[in-house]
Design a protein around this ligand. Structure first.
Ligand code: ATP
Ligand code: MG
Length: 432
């Protein structure tokens, strides 16, 4: 067999994992200051959750789901997106009883059968948030402000915020008819998928990535001209809050989202630095989803951002992958038979006190490494200090401490080792 991960999946190796950890830590802290609680949902759900929640005519449900039958004959699907599972959990656990709105965030893997390219994978990861149980436009804007804050803190710049309103079940039918009439005049210029979509879900034609379809629909009517009073007022309020927060945005009447549950506000944060996969994050309001899942009337809004795309954007901003192994504070060099074993305990004690301590391991069973070989590895490791433990010194209850930068070396009693190391590391060491 060939040792190769499935197409569209990737391993995150330690050097790159440092970038992931940085993004995750940033996301976690931004969610904290905005008052969101973390939720983790299962990797798979019953298929009907997505069929109902995401919508039968969406790309995801039509052709991207990893669906399988389990041994009990139930149809299950690997989670393709985060919103439907979070709303399912909100309904199942009656989270409305804990106060509204419920503000929840996640960072989880998602699975979609897509054509893999840079920034587009079959297993990918999203961070996102959902605020369930309020129609306040301030929350719509919060969903835009949160990813912006994440990108700003990470030093990712040069993105644009696109905003639209696609109305609600009251006003969308009129827009839909108007759009259909417009599309009907250009039907022969649309791709086969769009011609098939035209009847069932004409809004999706505006989301098509084919150049021909984009050109043919360049002058399509915008939904904001057809909004009912409530949606119109909501859309105005969203724009007012965006202005209050000083968030620059561009209205885009063609922006519709690939999931059926959206109502009113939809938005994307796009960058031109990543080629065709330029959408960093996207989201919108979905006032009908909780009811669709049998949970009652809870208007809600959310967003999801691609982790892989955040990593690409971070690299495009000049950030490099970290070293595979972190630099230790201390390298314990061992001389002699007794020291070869007791040195392990010294490294252990330093680690228990929060000091990153490393040792060199044997290449052959029962054979210690020479002093020279160990010092060489210690030098390459970037450690700031070496602890040199020899049998003679250990029998006197001492070890030698050596500063790697200038080679100064002195003896310290073993029981004072942790303190002496911490003194040397000062504020720069990672202390417990
Ligand atoms: P696209 O139009 O690019 O297919 P989408 O509408 O399917 O995007 P959403 O479902 O809204 O995307 O997902 C939100 C974000 O998650 C995207 O903006 C992107 O950053 C990321 N994302 C979506 N699909 C993938 C994927 N297959 N691989 C990597 N990241 C993805
Ligand atoms: Mg997609």
């Amino acid at each position: 067999m060939e040792a190769r991960a499935p197409r569209g999946t990737s391993d995150i190796l330690p050097g790159e994992a440092r970038l992931w950890q940085e993004i995750e830590a940033t996301v976690r802290d931004v969610m904290r200051v905005y008052g969101y609680g973390e939720i983790r949902t299962p990797v798979f759900e019953y298929t009907e959750l997505f069929a109902r929640g995401v919508g039968e005519t969406t790309d995801i449900v039509e052709k991207q789901m990893y669906t399988f039958e389990d041994r009990g004959g139930r149809s299950l699907t690997l989670r393709p997106e985060g919103t439907a599972p979070v709303v399912r959990a909100f309904v199942q656990h009656r989270l409305h009883g804990e106060g509204l709105p419920q503000k929840l965030w996640y960072c989880q893997p998602m699975f979609r059968y897509e054509r893999p390219q840079a920034g587009r994978a079959r297993q990918f990861h999203q961070f996102g948030a959902e605020a369930i149980g309020s129609l306040d436009p301030a929350l719509d804007v919060e969903m835009i402000a949160i990813p912006i804050e994440v990108y700003k803190r990470l030093g990712i710049r040069g993105f644009e915020v696109l905003v639209n309103s696609i109305g609600c079940p009251v006003c969308r039918p009129a827009y839909r008819e108007r759009l259909k009439a417009y599309l009907a005049q250009r039907i022969d210029r649309l791709c086969p998928t769009c011609r098939a979509r035209f009847e069932r879900n004409p809004l999706r034609v505006l989301d098509c990535k084919e150049e021909g379809c984009r050109e043919a629909t360049a002058g399509a009517p915008a939904a904001w001209d057809y909004l009912c009073d409530e949606c119109g007022l909501h859309f105005e309020s969203v724009q007012r809050v965006l202005a209050v927060l000083g968030i620059a945005y561009r209205l885009d009447g063609r922006l519709v989202r690939g999931l059926d549950y959206y109502t009113k506000t939809v938005f994307e944060i796009v960058t031109d630095g990543l080629g065709a996969q330029g959408t960093l994050a996207a989201g919108g309001r979905y006032d009908g989803l909780a009811a669709e899942l049998g949970g009652g009337d809870y208007p809600a809004v959310g967003f999801a951002g691609g982790m892989e795309r955040a990593v690409l954007a971070l690299k495009a901003a000049g950030r490099e992958e970290g070293k595979a192994q972190g630099r230790p504070d201390v390298f314990v060099v061992r001389l002699g038979e007794r020291a070869w074993n007791e040195g392990i305990a010294l490294a252990q004690r330093l680690r228990e006190h929060g000091v990153a301590a490393q040792i060199e391991y044997a290449a052959e069973l029962g054979k210690a490494r020479s002093m020279k070989a160990q010092m060489k590895v210690a030098g390459r490791s970037g450690a700031r200090l070496a602890v040199i433990a020899g049998d003679d010194e250990l029998s006197r209850g001492t070890v030698a401490l050596r500063r790697m930068d200038d080679g100064t070396q002195w003896e310290v009693p073993v029981e004072r080792l942790v303190d002496a190391v911490k003194e040397q590391l000062g504020g720069g060491g990672r202390l417990a």
